[in-house]
Design a protein around this ligand. Structure first.
Ligand code: IPE
Ligand code: IPE
Ligand code: MG
Length: 260
């Protein structure tokens, strides 16, 4: 795995022992586009599902790292609305892995005080999947540790369209004035209404696009694109991405901290 040494140095400096003064710059919410499972498997002559399996191990590692780093929200993009266009056998494998992940890991996540949230379109998901997703959310609802947001059957444009329909219904019912539809009103109609916007989005596998992931919520997020394939993503890669994030000057249209 190759990592930019400068980024690693800054991550080590920032995240090393005893440098609490810098911990304020740790992102509150990190969202990850976990990409490259298929290529990881292909490079080894293995079936794609092997890459997806190892991808689940990488999710477990990422949850552990995020909790250790003091990140409050970790969102993982598990299945996009566009992923339905894959062969049915691969779609079935991905749903099988989601179910196995929840069955195997829910008790452990709960024991580690992780709160699970699910975003995405519930319609189109089978009753057994919905039951498991609800169980995960219900069991961990009151946990105060890391919030793990699982984006499953998630598409950002579809989410916005769903939110617009909900607002339109309120207008039709006379419960909402169209002039009251502002940025906050739209944000509160999205699946992520109770989740702060991502500070940092990480995409693995070298692809530099967002693939319909949180288009509204990432308007001011920082993006880090890593060459690593998702199954290879580990604590070191995570810290490297955080280190890059910490070196950014978030200006939000203003002049920023480093302005001269
Ligand atoms: C990411 O790996 C997992 C999902 C999109 C579900 P891919 O399956 O997209 O892997 P590549 O991009 O083909 O290597
Ligand atoms: C994005 O990866 C979706 C997930 C990680 C779940 P894809 O591999 O589906 O994205 P594209 O097709 O390369 O844009
Ligand atoms: Mg991909």
């Amino acid at each position: 795995m190759s990592l930019p040494s400068q980024a690693l140095e800054s991550a080590d400096a920032a995240l090393g022992d005893g440098l609490d003064v810098l911990s304020a710059a740790i992102p509150t919410h990190v969202a990850i586009i976990m990409d490259g499972n298929g290529r990881w498997a292909a490079r080894r002559g293995l079936p794609r599902i092997e890459g997806h399996r190892r991808g689940v191990d990488a999710v477990r590692r990422a949850v552990r790292s995020a909790a250790e780093l003091g990140i409050r929200y970790l969102t993982v993009y598990g299945f996009s609305t566009e992923n339905w266009s894959r062969p049915p056998s691969e779609v079935a494998d991905l749903f099988g892995l989601l179910k196995r992940f929840i069955r195997n890991d829910l008790a452990d996540l709960h024991a580690r005080n992780v709160r699970v949230r699910v975003i995405g379109d519930r319609t189109g998901l089978s009753p057994d999947v919905l039951l498991l997703l609800d169980e995960a959310q219900d069991l961990t609802r009151r946990n105060g540790g890391l919030t793990l947001v699982v984006a499953f059957n998630y598409g950002g444009r579809q989410e916005i369209a769903r939110a617009m329909r909900a607002l339109a219904r309120l207008v039709r019912a006379g419960q909402l004035d169209p002039d009251a539809i502002d940025v906050e009103a739209i944000g509160s109609a999205l699946d992520t209404s109770d989740i702060p916007d991502p500070d940092l989005v990480i995409r693995t596998s070298g692809e530099m696009r967002t693939s319909n992931f949180l288009p509204w919520q990432t308007a001011y997020s920082e993006f880090v694109f890593l060459p690593d394939l998702w199954p290879d993503f580990d604590d070191r890669a995570f810290r490297s991405a955080i280190g890059q994030f910490m070196g950014r000057d978030r200006r939000y249209g203003g002049r920023g901290a480093k302005a001269v």
